[in-house]
Design a protein around this ligand. Structure first.
Ligand SMILES: Nc1nc2c(ncn2[C@@H]2O[C@H](COP(=O)(O)OP(=O)(O)OP(=O)(O)O)[C@@H](O)[C@H]2O)c(=O)[nH]1
Ligand SMILES: [Mg+2]
Ligand SMILES: [Zn+2]
Length: 360
């Protein structure tokens, strides 16, 4: 027998999440999924419909970083009020996967893109957005999140098939196992192929620069115009983001897809494991380096440098490997430092609050 409603299962809920929940909490809380993150409020769905929700003060006070707030895709425990027309989120159910990025600017801050994603759909448009190095960065981000990547190359109507084939081959040279699908929002046959990739009860997240056609794709998958898209007359999406919030949308076949605003910058942090998946052939050598903390740039006995000298690794691949490696080491360090500081401050706030309570 099912312990939770079929409606929650349709939203992607399963035993993995259920096992993470303290059953006594369910006496006065409902399980719901965050479908939209607005500025200060959220929209959540408990399987019966969407309502507006806020978080408890306790959740705000115990939050150390933006990662401790609900994100689109999260399962939460919420109390419902006023005939189930409004809810308060008191807890986030542990996440199965997390997509996050460094925010723009000098400060090392992190932003959640979405959580509990099964497959990340990286979109690059074939006209002027296609870029292998950028693709590599997205793949690193997705790999370190333990999410399956698929590459969608949009606007295939703008290029001859022979050129598109060349680009697909280039991507397969980078990673032979990756699924690459060129498509056009103006061609129903190719749109059908995209639809066939999406399975019921799975959650997908669209990732890619502004203007590549992410929202147009969702509108096409829905067979209706629900999301605002760039004006047709605009040459490209540069400088203007049309999508501003992250929103989970249910398709007719019960697959779920999250639209995200285009990303200007993709930070690198905690990407070590991701790097190793994207640069498999290089990472393999690192096991043979003399030093455990080898930076693979100038050390004696570095197996990667030897492989480079022998021509086993190409100069090009080596360069992008070390670049990502360096950035990741830097961000990770500052992130941990920052987190430590934040923790101290949070502890201080908590102790002050506690004292206040006792004095009353
Ligand atoms: N030729 C062609 N144009 C397309 C295609 N897909 C989208 N476009 C156009 O590209 C522009 C951008 O599309 P959007 O769907 O708004 O792009 P987006 O990725 O959602 O952009 P942000 O919301 O800013 O991140 C629009 O003018 C679309 O009409 C396509 O397959 N072929
Ligand atoms: Mg959009
Ligand atoms: Zn080395």
């Amino acid at each position: 027998m099912n312990k939770f409603s079929i409606n929650l299962e349709q939203l992607g809920f399963n035993m993995w999440f259920f096992d993470e929940i303290d059953p006594t909490k369910l006496i006065d809380h409902q399980i719901a999924r965050v479908t939209t993150v607005n500025k200060d409020t959220f929209t959540i769905n408990n399987g019966k419909g969407e309502v507006s929700a806020e978080v408890t003060g306790k959740l705000i006070f115990s939050a150390d970083s933006p990662l401790d707030y609900p994100a689109t895709g999260d399962w939460v425990l919420a109390q419902y009020f006023d005939n189930d027309s409004f809810a308060i989120i008191s807890e986030i159910v542990p996440r199965k996967s997390i997509l996050k990025r460094k925010t723009s600017g000098k400060k090392i801050e992190f932003q959640l893109i979405a959580t509990n994603i099964d497959t990340g759909l990286i979109v690059q448009s074939l006209d002027n957005n296609y870029n292998l190095r950028r693709l590599e960065r997205y793949l690193v981000m997705i790999n370190q999140s333990k999410i399956q990547p698929i590459v969608l190359l949009s606007k295939s109507d703008l290029l001859p098939a022979s050129e598109i084939d060349k680009m697909v081959n280039e991507i397969h040279d980078l990673n032979p196992d990756i699924h690459v699908l060129p498509f056009s929002n103006e061609d129903n046959t190719t749109l059908k192929h995209v639809k066939e990739l999406l399975y019921p009860r799975k959650t997908y997240c669209l990732l890619g620069s502004s203007g590549v056609g992410k929202s147009t794709l969702i509108n096409n998958l829905l067979d209706e115009v629900r999301l605002k898209t760039h004006n047709v007359r605009e040459k490209d999406g540069k400088g203007k983001h049309i999508t501003t919030r992250r929103q989970l949308i249910m398709l007719k076949n019960e697959a779920m897809i999250i639209d995200t605003p285009g990303m200007r910058e993709l930070g690198n942090f905690e990407v070590d494991t991701g790097i190793h998946n994207t640069f498999d052939e290089i990472a393999e050598f690192s096991n043979q380096c003399r030093y455990n903390d080898c930076s693979h740039t100038r050390e004696q006995g570095c197996a990667i440098l030897t492989a480079l000298k022998d021509g086993v690794i190409s100069q090009d691949r080596y360069q992008s490997f070390t670049k990502l490696n360096k950035e990741s080491a830097f961000y990770e360090m500052s992130y941990l430092e920052k987190k430590r500081k934040d923790k101290k401050f949070a502890k201080f706030v908590k102790s002050v609050l506690k004292e206040k309570k006792y004095r009353r």
